[in-house]
Design a protein around this ligand. Structure first.
Ligand SMILES: [Zn+2]
Ligand SMILES: [Zn+2]
Length: 358
């Protein structure tokens, strides 16, 4: 078993405290229990989930340590149980890792069948009420305690921290969406939304041999960015979308999704990877679905294997695309309030290096 070296300094965390907002506080850094992995966070990125949760006050209970995207170094592994990466490597202090957003309960039918992505009661990092049993449950912190059953993956040495950090949410979701669409090789792919998930889905579809990759986004800056990530064309939301075989919705705007699916050719597939709005009068043309063999699919949560897919994709292709340019220069935890308020703007991710003071 790896030696346990619990830090004597307390962890510093960004805590969502309900009405008062986000504050920074210190928390004792406990020794990991069997199966748990204590990670020192090098860089955390602020994904849309955090921003939405705070803006919309959706976090059911607080205080909550925010954040789930990030990359860090294993500080300690609990004694008495081996902790493995998604590739079956035994984790040890000093290893550079990323982690999945969701942790399966480990007990339901899906989890015991090895399908943690379909767990009935998953725990999402960055959304847990802070308890004595699990205080370090978010990545916007100097330290994160990953519970037994969490998905971890080693980061290959050539992949920079800022590029690896979004793997656990955005890139894993993109990998899951591309997989859900079935084979994209030789198919015309349209991706709605050129944020981090959309850009990753575009790049993954291109790598997988898509016949074409078209981005749809209302903002010119994001459309230009999509071209740098492999899109053949980038269209405004009101432009006519050419016939396509696969639609991946990474934007969450139901009105655009409904309209773009009109462009699906026979046998086409549409995957909803992050619905955030409803269209009360949207009508699904069931007769067309049946006649043309279309599929409208929800995504669900990414599974541990999608984290492995995301890391493998970055390892193979990160140098080909300007990933580092769409992540901000890291700032300290003190900048987290501003980071949460401003994420989703001209850059895809605000990066926080918790060890920095500012
Ligand atoms: Zn997220
Ligand atoms: Zn479960």
């Amino acid at each position: 078993m790896p030696t346990l070296t619990t830090p004597t300094v307390p962890a510093r965390v960004a805590l969502w405290e309900g009405a008062p907002g986000i504050g920074l506080t210190s928390v004792a850094c406990p020794a990991p229990a069997p199966g748990q992995v204590l990670v020192r966070v090098s860089v955390a990125t602020v994904c849309g989930c955090v921003r939405d949760a705070v803006r919309e006050r959706r976090l059911g209970s607080w205080p909550t340590v925010l954040g789930h995207e990030g990359v860090g170094v294993v500080e300690a592994v609990g004694r008495g149980a081996e902790a493995l990466t998604v590739d079956g490597v035994s984790l040890a202090p000093g290893m550079r890792v990323v982690w999945g957003r969701d942790v399966g309960c480990g007990a339901c039918a899906a989890c015991t069948a090895g399908l943690a992505g379909a767990c009935a009661t998953p725990r999402e990092l960055g959304r847990q009420p802070m308890t004595d049993a699990w205080a370090l449950s978010g990545s916007l912190a100097t330290h994160l305690m990953l519970p037994a059953g969490a998905a971890l993956a080693l980061v290959p040495s050539g992949v920079p921290d800022a590029v690896a950090a979004p793997a656990g949410c955005a890139l894993a979701v993109a990998a899951a969406a591309v997989e859900r669409a079935g084979s994209v090789a030789g198919r015309r792919v349209v991706v709605l939304g050129a944020g981090m998930i959309g850009l990753a889905a575009l790049a993954m579809a291109v790598e997988a041999g898509a016949a074409s990759a078209t981005a749809v986004d209302p903002r010119g800056k994001r459309r230009r960015r999509a071209l740098a990530f492999g899109a053949d064309a980038a269209l405004d939301v009101d432009a006519r979308v050419p016939a396509c075989d696969v639609v991946i919705d990474a934007a969450g705007g139901a009105d655009t999704f409904v309209r773009v699916t009109d462009s699906l050719a026979g046998g086409g597939v549409a995957v909803v990877a992050g619905a955030r709005s409803q269209v009360p009068d949207a009508v699904v043309d069931v007769e067309r679905l049946s006649r043309e063999g279309l599929a409208l699919l929800g995504l669900g949560r990414p599974a541990p294997r999608h984290l492995a897919d995301a890391v493998a994709f970055l390892a193979a292709t990160h140098a080909m695309r300007p990933w580092a340019q769409i992540v901000s220069e890291p700032r300290g935890l003190d900048a987290v309030v501003e980071a949460v308020a401003h994420s989703g703007g001209s850059i895809a991710r605000v990066a926080i290096a918790p060890a920095l003071r500012r």
